[in-house]
Design a protein around this ligand. Structure first.
Ligand code: GTP
Ligand code: MG
Length: 136
C-alpha cells in the first residue's frame, strides 16, 4: 500500500473548498487520511518542497502564492493512492483538466490549481518528511 503528500493550496482554503476536495479523496474505497494539518508555510519549507523548479520563471510567484495563506497538508494512505490522487486532481493547467477532476471543476489559473499531490513514490517519501517529519 502507498502513501502520498497532499496539499490543498491557499486558493482552495480561501474559496471554502476544503470539504469538497477532501470529500472526493475520502470517498475512494480503501483510502484514508493518516495526518492532516491547517498551516502557513514558511519560505524555507517551500524552497525545499519546490527545489526542482528553482530558476524557472514561475518559481518565485509560485512560492509567493503558496505562502499567501494557510494550506491543508495531509498524508493520504491506500491502494495506488499516488497515481490515484494525481488522477483526481487532473493536469497542472486547469483549463486542460477535464470536468470531473478537481482542477477541471474549480480551476482556471495554472498557478492557482488548488491541490498538490506527490508524483512518485520517491517524491512522496521526500515530501512526507518535509511536512510531517515525525511520520516517516
Ligand atoms: P504540484 O502537484 O503542485 O507539484 O503540481 P504539478 O506536479 O501538476 O506541477 P509541477 O510540479 O510541474 O509544478 C508545480 C506547480 O507550479 C504547479 O502545480 C503550478 O501551480 C505551478 N506551475 C507549474 N508550471 C507552471 C507554469 O508553466 N506557469 C505557472 N504560472 N505556474 C506553473
Ligand atoms: Mg509536481
Amino acid at each position: 500500500t502507498q502513501r502520498t503528500l497532499v496539499l490543498l493550496k491557499p486558493d482552495a482554503v480561501r474559496r471554502g473548498l476544503i470539504g469538497e476536495i477532501i470529500g472526493r479523496i475520502e470517498r475512494k474505497a480503501d483510502w484514508r487520511i493518516a495526518a492532516l494539518e491547517l498551516r502557513e508555510l514558511d519560505r524555507g519549507t517551500l524552497e525545499t518542497h519546490y527545489g526542482e523548479h528553482e530558476g524557472k520563471p514561475f518559481y518565485e510567484p509560485l512560492v509567493q502564492f503558496m505562502s499567501s495563506g494557510p494550506v491543508v497538508a495531509m498524508i493520504v494512505e491506500g491502494e495506488r493512492v499516488i497515481e490515484g490522487v494525481r488522477q483526481l486532481a487532473g493536469p497542472t493547467d486547469p483549463i486542460a483538466a477535464a470536468p470531473g477532476s478537481i482542477r477541471g471543476d474549480f480551476g482556471v489559473i495554472v498557478r492557482e490549481n488548488l491541490i498538490h499531490a506527490s508524483d512518485s513514490e520517491e517524491s512522496a517519501e521526500r515530501e512526507v518528511k518535509i511536512f510531517f517529519p515525525g511520520r516517516d
